[in-house]
Structures are given as C-alpha cells and as structure tokens.
Design a protein around this ligand. Sequence first.
Ligand code: FMN
Length: 169
Amino acid sequence: MKVLVTYVSQTGNTKKVAESIYGAVSDDKEILPLTEVNSLEEYDLVFIGFPVNQFNAPKDAQEFLKNKTVGKDIALFMTHGVPEGADPISDWISTARGLASGANIVGTFNCQGEVAQKVMDMLQNSDDPQMQAFAEMCASGKGQPDASKLEKAEEFAKDMVAQKKAWTE
Ligand SMILES: Cc1cc2nc3c(=O)[nH]c(=O)nc-3n(C[C@H](O)[C@H](O)[C@H](O)COP(=O)(O)O)c2cc1C
C-alpha cells in the first residue's frame, strides 16, 4: 500500500500535523506540499490537510479537493484557530467533505492551531465586535498544536490506515 500525506500550511501548524501523520504510517509513504502534487493515481490512501482560512479551506486546497480526489480513498485533516468543539467547525468539515464529494472519505481530523500574532493583532484591534470575539476564542490556541494534539493525529493516521487495510484485505 502506498500512502501520501499532502498539506497546505501558511504558518507551520498544519505542517506539524502532517509530519506527525507521516511519522505514524509504516507503509510505503511520501509527504509533499499540496502544490507539488499533480496526480493521486499512484497512491492507495491520501491524507490531505489545510488550515481553515476565512471559514473555508484555502483556494488551492478547495480546487485540489474538487478536482484531484475523485475516486480516491482520502482522509482529511485541518487546523483552525478556534478551540476543538467550537460550533462552526462541523460546518467547515461538511464544506470540505462536499468539495471532495467524488472521493471516499475514510475519516477526518481537526485540531486547534495558534493564530499568527499579526492576525491576532488585527482581530483584536478591529472595530467589529465579531472579530474581537473571534480573537478571544483563538487566544486559547497559543502553542497549538501541542504534543498531545500531535499524538491524537498519530492515532488518527493509524486508524485510517487500519480502516483502509480492513477493506482491501
Ligand atoms: C488569514 C487567516 C484567516 C483565518 N481564518 C480562520 C477562520 O476562519 N477560522 C479559524 O478557526 N481560524 C482561522 N485562522 C487561523 C488558522 O486556521 C490557524 O491558525 C491554523 O492553524 C493555521 O495553520 P497553518 O499554520 O498551517 O497555516 C485564520 C488564519 C489566517 C492567517
């Protein structure tokens, strides 16, 4: 079985999760930034990760999910500034699932990731109370993803591989 871990990461959080997932896979594997992946043809299972960016996946990840995942077994992972369990996260996961509706989605993983200070400053200094409230929600994310979140990502990776193998063996 050949596994690909591919990701978009602007400030390194999603890349950390991607590396943990990659480290937990013991099959034939590759890890590549999304921009370096042209086709998924040679892979049996593909982990695709991205940060939530203005309530959705970044544009390049949206395109990738829509156009390159048809017929593939994929597992999605995302990092976001709000804490795990916050209300809008299930919508963001549904949106990503919808984009990859031609794929077989084996599972999803999400965790909080520290928001870049520049963005926090902008949110905190905004006149918009919604932006200020968003900054408050994200403040708990300092230092995330931490070791315990990365351990969860490893468990997720092992679970996804086990599920894929259970279907094919
Ligand atoms: C421009 C921008 C927009 C963002 N929009 C959201 C958002 O809508 N919801 C959210 O929870 N986090 C948002 N975040 C926070 C990021 O999703 C979070 O910090 C993520 O872990 C960054 O991952 P990366 O380091 O892999 O780029 C935003 C961050 C930036 C820089």
